[in-house]
Design a protein around this ligand. Structure first.
Ligand code: AP5
Ligand code: MG
Length: 191
């Protein structure tokens, strides 16, 4: 199975992706984790990304699509994948569609997790990551609204977007995701 999980910062994309990846033996591709590892290891990518991430801004589209291209070309994704944190701009979504065409990848499920702003701020404030201070959180939320919400509209034009309430018990949210993922798509008998 191939899944893209969208949603605002702190909504639980990483938490739910890890559970889904484990249950379905999918590769969990988190661009945030890839970048944090690069910063930790002090690689060229990490040096470029550090200040941008600390400010809650977005790393450039060209760098990000390059990272995803490498991931999707690797043999590790043979069993399928869940993309967490990418695409984050409509340019990334368009480039990803081109890459999927090139690699003959289709049948992508789009999930969108949602929670209200107060809950997101509460969750991130209690976590302690470098970009979890109030100024950066507020910038990440604004950037989500301006640059990433349009990605959902982009997908709505060609695909079904499964909306999931991201509030409440983590396992119940996960059960709800599995219920949606196993629904038959009425337009595709093979889905
Ligand atoms: P990224 O790491 O993707 O950060 P994010 O989207 O801001 O989201 P988070 O990882 O903070 O939250 P999450 O939705 O994964 O929630 P989580 O499961 O952790 O990106 C970081 C930065 O990297 C970006 O700001 C940008 O600079 C750069 N970047 C990454 N991708 C990029 C791209 N494609 N293009 C450009 N730049 C990019 O949960 C949050 C907390 O809530 C946790 O403590 C968790 O335990 C808790 N929690 C989870 N579920 C629940 C629940 N149901 N109830 C209560 N608590 C819960
Ligand atoms: Mg995350």
């Amino acid at each position: 199975m191939r899944i893209i999980i969208l949603g605002p910062p702190g909504v639980g994309k990483g938490t739910q992706s890890a559970l889904i990846a484990k249950k379905l033996s999918l590769k969990h591709l988190s661009t945030g984790e890839i970048l944090r590892r690069a910063v930790f290891e002090g690689t060229e990518l990490g040096k470029k990304a550090k200040a941008i991430m600390d400010a809650g801004e977005l790393v450039s589209d060209s760098i990000m699509i390059g990272i995803i291209r490498d991931c999707l070309q690797s043999k590790e994704i043979n069993q399928g994948f869940i993309l967490d944190g990418f695409p984050r701009t409509t340019t990334q979504a368009e480039d990803l569609d081109k890459l999927f065409d090139e690699l003959k990848i289709d049948d992508i499920k789009i999930l969108c997790l949602n929670a209200d702003k107060d809950e997101l701020i509460k969750r991130m404030s209690g976590r302690g990551r470098r970009d979890d201070n109030i100024e950066t959180i507020s910038n990440r939320l604004n950037i989500y609204k301006e640059q990433t919400l349009p990605v959902k509209e982009y997908y709505r034009k060609s695909k079904k977007v499964y909306e999931i309430v991201g509030l409440g018990d983590i396992d119940i949210i996960n059960d709800n995701i599995f219920k949606l993922l196993t629904l038959k798509d009425e337009h595709n008998v093979n889905a």
